[in-house]
Ligand binder design. Structure first.
Ligand SMILES: Cc1cc2nc3c(=O)[nH]c(=O)nc-3n(C[C@H](O)[C@H](O)[C@H](O)COP(=O)(O)OP(=O)(O)OC[C@H]3O[C@@H](n4cnc5c(N)ncnc54)[C@H](O)[C@@H]3O)c2cc1C
Length: 422
């Protein structure tokens, strides 16, 4: 058992994902000691990059939106060497890939985008109107707007079924990890604003660089990895080894599933999970040759989105080969999936796909917490339960920014309590 007098005792943070790291950095900035404990082998939780045969494999297709205000305030973006994606997408319409760009960012593409057979001309005008309304709103205004399912929100804005089916379902399906568009319209507006104000990016050396950079600002002995917390109260945690660690306060910054098992009273409030299957292939060359996301707007097949990560950052490959990431919504454990995906993508990119080699498939059952309007209701940034501060993306929005905000709010509550007892 490790004991320290409570005045010098650290705040114990369970979970070194983006929420836990954000909480730790804000506590550190206010002069508090902290100790981060994580059951994983690296920091970052769901944001991680594995090196396989020299390729950088992010855990699922993830991007960092460089307009995220709170995460941006914590990061040294220059050191991350962010590589931008083009603002738009190539949409497969069942026959070929068609370009649909954000014409406000790429005016030169106005004609191709306006005439691309993805939605009608009126749809594109409606995108422009929606853009100016959302970009003209603050994040606070968005968070307080009437909430409904994204699909009904888009219909309410007058978009055609064709535009919703061929673009919004696949683009936002890849972000929300569900293509029914049942996700909260507040989350839609938040994401739309972030895309409109900045770029989707990748750190040159993988998404895992983001949490690594944050962790490097904390004292190395404040982070303990490979240790699972099995129980906790307001002032102590117990590890699976039986060791008990005491602190001045305890923050539970795990994902929703761990919150439910460590604090059963909160289980009912924890959202369901959305899942995704991500496949990596390497190829002699990129089938796209452009830093852009390709979407399935055909309504057929299993693939949702495809991207050649090496077009954004060549560092994702150890040599000249291209690294291709393919996302399939939901869990698909079937052995034949890589061959099925390759067969399907021949329709998009032609015979070159036959030369692709399958590298790895990640089944990610606990990818994003559900974000229907109903599931959004309890989201206050963090929860206090039996004196324990509970934070994570489940308490705000399912995103890096949501996790960072939640960690910050928990830290602020601890700092406020400390000030009130001084
Ligand atoms: C495939 C995929 C794609 C995504 N795409 C994007 C994207 O493009 N842009 C974006 O902004 N966001 C994206 N996200 C979401 C984003 O990654 C998450 O919302 C965010 O990282 C969640 O951070 P967190 O700290 O709340 O939780 P987590 O990252 O889950 O961290 C929780 C930590 O707690 C630890 N832990 C759990 N239980 C215990 C225990 N008992 N004891 C000790 N430690 C424990 C875990 O090991 C983990 O490190 C994506 C997520 C996935 C999976």
């Amino acid at each position: 058992m490790s004991h320290t007098s409570s005045s010098e005792a650290p705040v114990i943070i369970v979970g070194a994902g983006m929420a836990g790291l954000s909480c730790a950095l804000h506590l550190q900035a206010s002069g508090l000691k902290l100790r981060l404990i994580d059951s994983g082998d690296v920091v970052g939780g769901r944001v991680r990059t594995d090196v396989v045969d020299g390729f950088l494999l992010d855990r699922g297709f993830q991007v960092y939106l460089d307009a995220y205000p709170e995460t941006g305030a914590l990061l040294d973006m220059k050191a991350l060497d962010l590589r931008k994606f083009e603002p738009g997408a190539l949409v497969f319409n069942g026959k070929r890939l068609k370009r649909l760009m954000d014409v406000f960012r790429r005016p030169a593409s106005a004609w191709t985008s306006a005439t691309a057979p993805i939605g009608g001309f009126i749809d594109k005008l409606r995108v422009g109107l929606m853009r100016s309304q959302i970009l003209g709103s603050t994040l606070e205004q968005i968070a307080n707007r009437e909430d409904r399912k994204t699909e009904s929100y888009l219909r309410g804005r007058g978009f055609s079924e064709a535009m919703i089916d061929s673009f919004f379902r696949s683009f936002y399906g890849g972000i929300f990890l569900e293509s029914e568009l049942r996700t909260s319209s507040r989350m839609f507006e938040f994401t739309f604003k972030m895309f409109g104000q900045g770029s989707a990016t990748l750190p040159a050396k993988g998404m895992g660089e983001i949490p690594k950079q944050l962790a490097a600002r904390l004292p190395p002995d404040s982070i303990t990895l490979n240790q699972k917390v099995v129980s906790l109260d307001a002032h102590s945690v117990t590890l699976s080894s039986g060791e008990q660690i005491h602190g001045r306060a305890v923050v539970l910054a795990t994902n929703a599933a761990s919150v439910g098992s460590l604090l059963p009273d909160l289980k009912e409030r924890m959202p369901e999970w959305r899942s995704v299957t991500n496949l990596y292939f390497y190829a002699p060359s990129s089938p796209i040759n452009e830093s852009i996301i390709c979407l399935n707007g055909s309504g057929e097949g299993v693939v949702n989105n495809v991207c050649a990560l090496t077009d954004a950052s060549p560092d994702y490959s150890p040599d000249e080969r291209a690294l291709i990431s393919v996302s399939v919504l939901g869990l698909h454990p079937e052995e034949g999936l890589p061959a099925k995906v390759q067969q399907e993508l021949m329709g998009w990119f032609g015979e070159c796909v036959a030369q692709w080699c399958h590298l790895r498939t990640d089944l990610i059952p606990e990818a994003l917490p559900e974000q229907t309007p109903k599931a959004q209701k309890y989201k206050l940034g963090f929860i206090q339960q039996k004196g324990i501060y509970v934070c994570g993306d489940h308490a705000t929005s399912a995103s890096i920014e949501g996790a960072v905000i939640s960690g910050k709010r928990a830290a602020e509550a601890i700092i406020m309590r400390r000030l009130s007892v001084l």
